[in-house]
Design a protein around this ligand. Structure first.
Ligand code: HAM
Length: 430
């Protein structure tokens, strides 16, 4: 055993689990493209101010969860990205994407970093898939990103998820609401914890996001943002709900939902699962028209998006038995050497099979024939191709179907032909 362990909050993904990841990623790629989204990849680190401005300096992410460092003594601080939305908007603005086309639909599957206390479903290095629809400000755009997210869950077979949704209104609505919250929480100042006291000064909406059980009763009595929304904000929200209802997507309006990032306006949403324990959010998102202006754009850029935690998604899928059909794919053929001195010939055959696109395995450790057969079964090879002295001389090889135990003797050309048969390829899903 190595004296080194993976860093706390980071984990290794071994082949069997990697196959599960690949399967989920495949579904994400397919559905994203079905909805017209194209993949974007941005750098793993960004200048720290991007997240301070974009996510908001009073949020937990910026306040205590960022991995930031200074690469040069007098250089600017940089941060390992804790989320993708700010980086994607930065990239879109930097490239002036909106001058090329008015709407951009981008998606990603990538690694993120947050300095949180590791626990089940919460890591310091984790992954998200997500989508950002930039350039349209409409309930239809919000409904489209929610629909894509829910279709991914549905396609993967997840059940028991709860979609909660709320409207955070526009900036005027929130300004009025902030004053109302200040007036409400002010008299409770002595009962609030330190971080809520600080939030009361800087950003009272964040108090609603507090998980501190001691102040939940106070929070429960706070005024509701919904009562401060303008008529047009209410209409906008109602239209999003209308689209979801039309598409048979179940939701629950939750007027307390504020989300942990400051860039949201109008619709915000979160999906939770009871399979997850304390960290029950599998994904979330919303509209974020003001983010571009925070990043230096001269005007708002309408946008909406979501992100889903891959690890949490996989935890739910494992618990719900959704990987059962995912058989690890073994090689089609295992080249079995009857004697170690035939290794060169065997390797030549294996090379020819692989060149012909046939998934092939061969023992490189000069093990006994029995050990090779054990290995072939362990890795679920469909066929064994035997290489003995007679085979080398005659050019005819014994091919054994390891499922039916049928055995035939054939030339290499005939072997190639059989293994190329569509039925065989279908059987092993080549
Ligand atoms: P978020 O709610 O911070 O939103 O993260 C989305 C999801 O990432 C969470 O629901 C959770 O499943 C997963 N996640 C977050 N932190 C961790 C962690 N430490 N370990 C494991 N999983 C985690 C955002 O990141 C926004 N950028 C979403 C968005 C996109 N809004 C608009 N566009």
């Amino acid at each position: 055993m190595s004296q080194y362990q993976a860093v706390k909050g980071a984990r290794d993904i071994f082949p069997e689990e990697a196959a599960q990841w690949k399967y989920v990623e495949g579904v994400v790629h397919t559905l994203a493209s079905l909805y017209g989204f194209s993949e974007i990849r941005t750098p793993v680190f960004e200048y720290t101010e991007l997240f301070q401005r974009g996510i908001g300096s009073t949020t937990d992410i910026v306040g205590k969860e960022m991995f930031s460092f200074q690469p040069d003594p007098n250089g600017r601080s940089i941060t390992l990205r804790p989320e993708m939305t700010a980086g994607v908007m930065r990239a879109a603005l930097q490239k002036n994407l909106l001058s090329a086309a008015p709407v951009h639909k981008l998606y990603y599957i990538c690694e993120l970093f947050r300095k949180e206390r590791p626990q089940a479903g919460r890591q310091r290095q984790f992954s998200q898939f997500g989508a950002e629809l930039i350039g349209v400000s409409s309930p239809a755009a919000v409904a489209e990103v929610i629909t894509l997210m829910m279709q991914v869950f549905e396609t993967l077979g997840l059940h028991g998820l709860k979609l909660r949704i709320n409207s955070l209104g526009d900036s005027d609505d929130r300004l009025r609401y902030r004053e109302a919250l200040k007036a409400y929480f002010g008299p409770f100042n002595n009962n609030l914890d330190d971080s809520s006291k600080e939030r009361l000064e800087k950003n009272p909406l964040r108090i609603l996001d507090s998980k501190n059980p001691a102040i939940q009763d106070i929070i429960a009595g706070a005024p509701r943002l919904y009562n401060y929304l303008s008529t047009s904000s209410v209409e906008e929200f109602e239209k999003v709900l209308y689209y979801l209802t039309e598409r048979g997507i179940a939701y629950e309006v939750d007027h307390r939902l504020v989300r942990g990032l400051d860039y949201y306006c109008h619709t915000a949403f979160e999906v939770t699962s009871s399979e997850l324990g304390a960290q029950d959010a599998i994904g979330g998102g919303g509209r974020y028209d003001g983010l571009a202006r925070e990043l230096g754009s001269s005007a708002d850029v309408p946008a909406a998006g979501f992100a889903v935690g891959m690890e949490r998604l996989l935890i739910i899928m494992e618990k719900q038995g959704l990987f059962a059909a995912l058989n690890p794919q073994g090689p089609l053929v295992y080249v079995v050497l009857q004697q170690p001195d035939l290794a060169d010939h065997g390797m030549q055959i294996a090379w020819r099979l692989r060149k012909a696109g046939i998934k092939t395995e061969i023992d490189l450790a000069a093990r006994s024939m029995k050990a090779q057969m054990r290995d072939a079964n362990r890795i679920r090879a469909s066929y064994a191709l035997f290489i003995g002295k007679t085979e080398v001389i005659s050019g005819h090889y014994s091919l054994k179907n390891l499922v039916t135990s049928e055995q035939t003797t054939l030339t290499l050309e005939a072997v190639l032909e059989i293994l190329h048969e569509p039925a065989v390829r279908e059987m092993i899903k080549l």
